[in-house]
Design a protein around this ligand. Structure first.
Ligand SMILES: O=C(O)C[C@@H](Cc1ccccc1)[C@H](O)SCc1ccccc1
Ligand code: NI
Length: 183
């Protein structure tokens, strides 16, 4: 199982590379890696397991964060209405997005960043994502709210982008014009 020691931290060059497309159908190695990423998220949200293995809770994980520069992400989160969004995806890409922006009022964190970075992170309020699932199915997801933010955070990792790259350095707490705050 993946544990905290498998997650690389800021300063590691792999966090700043553009990850490679995964050739499909995926190799057994890539499938197992993606399954382990999903397992990490589920374990990190289980009070007993996360305490036993000292896992930092996560709702998303991108392969570059475990030093695998490939386009693979896992997302496991309950949204505002309690709906579980659990996805293990190859080659996710944003195919369209709203002009309207949104942001988490609490700012963002990252499993690869062991420090608080204050500031608001402007994101698209709504995104349409295409990807291939572990089962080899091509899917299209229309996302909004917290789930849309998590997807954008993870897809950023596939392009070598960290959440704090988006923070307005002159005024970190300046909400983007007309953006929707998400608690
Ligand atoms: O480092 C990562 O990629 C995982 C982040 C994802 C994230 C997405 C959106 C906003 C902040 C972080 C971790 O999940 S950070 C821990 C966490 C846990 C619950 C809710 C938000 C963040
Ligand atoms: Ni992150």
């Amino acid at each position: 199982m993946l544990t905290a020691k498998d997650i690389i931290k800021e300063g590691h060059p792999t966090l700043r590379v553009v990850a490679s497309d995964v050739s499909l159908p995926p190799s057994q190695e890539d499938s197992i890696t993606l399954q382990k990423m999903m397992e990490y998220l589920q374990n990190s949200q289980n009070p007993d397991i996360s305490q036993q293995y000292n896992l930092r809770p996560g709702v998303g994980l991108a392969a570059p964060q475990i030093n695998v520069p490939k386009k693979m992400i896992a997302i496991h989160i309950r949204d505002e209405s309690g709906t579980l969004h659990s996805y293990a995806l190859f080659n996710p890409r944003i195919v369209s997005h709203s002009v309207e922006k949104s942001f988490l009022t609490s700012g963002e964190g990252c499993l690869s960043v062991d420090r608080d970075v204050p500031g608001l992170v402007p994101r698209y309020a709504r995104v349409t994502v295409k990807a291939t699932t572990l089962q080899g199915e091509e899917i299209k997801l229309r996302l909004k709210g917290l789930v849309a933010i998590v997807f954008q955070h993870e897809i950023d990792h596939l392009n070598g982008v960290m959440f704090y790259d988006h923070i307005n350095q002159d005024n970190p707490f300046q909400p983007p014009e007309g953006a929707i705050p998400i608690e």
